[in-house]
Design a protein around this ligand. Sequence first.
Ligand SMILES: Nc1ncnc2c1ncn2[C@@H]1O[C@H](COP(=O)(O)OP(=O)(O)OP(=O)(O)O)[C@@H](O)[C@H]1O
Ligand SMILES: [Mg+2]
Length: 265
Amino acid sequence: MSAGPALSISHLSVKFGGLTALDDVFLEIAPNTIVGLIGPNGAGKTTIFNAISGLVTPASGAIAIHGKEMKWPASHDLAGLGISRTLQGVGLFSGLSVIENVMMGANHSSGTNFFRDLLGLSGRAEAKLRRRASDALAWAGALDLAEKMPGELTYPESKRVSIARALVSQPEILLLDEPAAGLGQDDIDKFASLLKQLKQRCAIVIVEHHVDFIGAISDQVYVLNFGKVISSGSFDTVKRDPAVLAAYLGTSQQTGSEKLGGAHA
Ligand SMILES: Nc1ncnc2c1ncn2[C@@H]1O[C@H](COP(=O)(O)OP(=O)(O)OP(=O)(O)O)[C@@H](O)[C@H]1O
Ligand SMILES: [Mg+2]
């Protein structure tokens, strides 16, 4: 693998009509690190993932993968570029078993073609894909769920399956949008150790509202507010940044410092 960042973004701006959702955003993700992306609701976190994954067209900005500048990817380019993402929420196909859902992840770019391709797969190719899906489920600690249907899963289980689906394409860059949302503390702790193992395999960018969790796992944190990066660095640095405390103030009864875990630091 080449030296330099796995992914870097500079001067990224995204507009929705009159709304500037992202304004001159920069982001750098070193290989085998976890980068946390935090910020209040509507700050633009998901929009960054949407720009990287071809779901919105940037008004301006540049993206480089392993130091190589390229056009903003279309969604069907992602697998080839080694990028995989989970969607905010769970998003499993209810009519497919867990292992089939995970197998979908190998080819999510081609959508419904997958079914045709799957039918057309040779027995050997299908067996190979099934093995990769099992491997991804094992990594996500969900191998025992392989033959279940999504409707039978608990919420934390379904979160694990959606991670497995993102892993099956063996990405070098994994984008996770609120993977811990709705999980209890026990599951969050297990998930944190899973991510720390996973970063041996790939770089991870994670959007989360659980700031303690972000603090525990991230090598680097970016804080977004109103479409701008207002702070970046280690979690310990950003949580003391007055701009960050101000951004988190007024969003609830808690002080910005409490929301950022400062009360426990
Ligand atoms: N497709 C879209 N069309 C119009 N406006 C959009 C679109 N997607 C996002 N926005 C707006 O852009 C801004 C940033 O939204 P985004 O979803 O990126 O925020 P977020 O940081 O992910 O928030 P949350 O924490 O609530 O998920 C918001 O004002 C949102 O309403
Ligand atoms: Mg979002």
